[in-house]
Write a protein of this length. Structure first.
Length: 132
C-alpha cells in the first residue's frame, strides 16, 4: 500500500468508507466532531455529479444550539476539505458537536476526519441520516 512520510514515521492512508448515501438525502448528520486541544476536526464535501451542488452546513453544540451555518457551491466532480474551526470560529473547546448537511443534489457525499495534532493520525466519520 501507498504510504507518506511524516518526519521519520511512515503513515499509511486510511480508506474513507463510502456507503450508498442516497437514503440519507437530502439531510445528513455527522456526529462526534470535536475541538479539544490535542485534536481537530475537518469536514469534506464531495460532489460526484455532473452539475454543481449547493450544500448548506450547520454546526450544533452538544446541547443542540446552532453555532453557525455556511453555504458552499461545489463544481461537478469536485471535493472540498476544510477545518471545522475555520468555518465556525465561534466553536469552543469540547466534544460531541454535530454537523448537519443539507443539499438538493443526490450525487454528493460528506465526511469528517478527527485528526490527532501530535501524530496526524485521523479517524474518519461517515454520515448518518440527518434531521433538521
Amino acid at each position: 500500500p501507498a504510504s507518506a512520510t511524516q518526519g521519520e514515521k511512515a503513515t499509511t492512508p486510511q480508506p474513507i468508507p463510502i456507503t450508498d448515501a442516497s437514503s440519507f438525502y437530502p439531510h445528513r448528520t455527522i456526529q462526534a466532531t470535536a475541538y479539544p486541544d490535542p485534536r481537530r476536526t475537518n469536514i469534506g464535501l464531495v460532489n460526484l455529479g455532473d452539475h454543481e451542488a449547493v450544500m448548506t452546513v450547520a454546526l450544533r453544540s452538544p446541547n443542540g444550539t446552532t453555532i453557525g451555518a455556511m453555504r458552499s457551491v461545489l463544481p461537478p466532480n469536485s471535493m472540498w476539505h476544510m477545518a471545522v474551526q475555520l468555518l465556525f470560529p465561534a466553536m469552543t473547546m469540547g466534544d460531541d458537536y454535530t454537523l448537519l448537511v443539507e443539499t438538493g443534489a443526490r450525487d454528493t457525499y460528506v465526511y469528517a476526519s478527527v485528526v490527532d495534532n501530535k501524530t496526524n493520525e485521523a479517524q474518519f466519520i461517515g454520515p448518518v441520516p440527518g434531521s433538521r
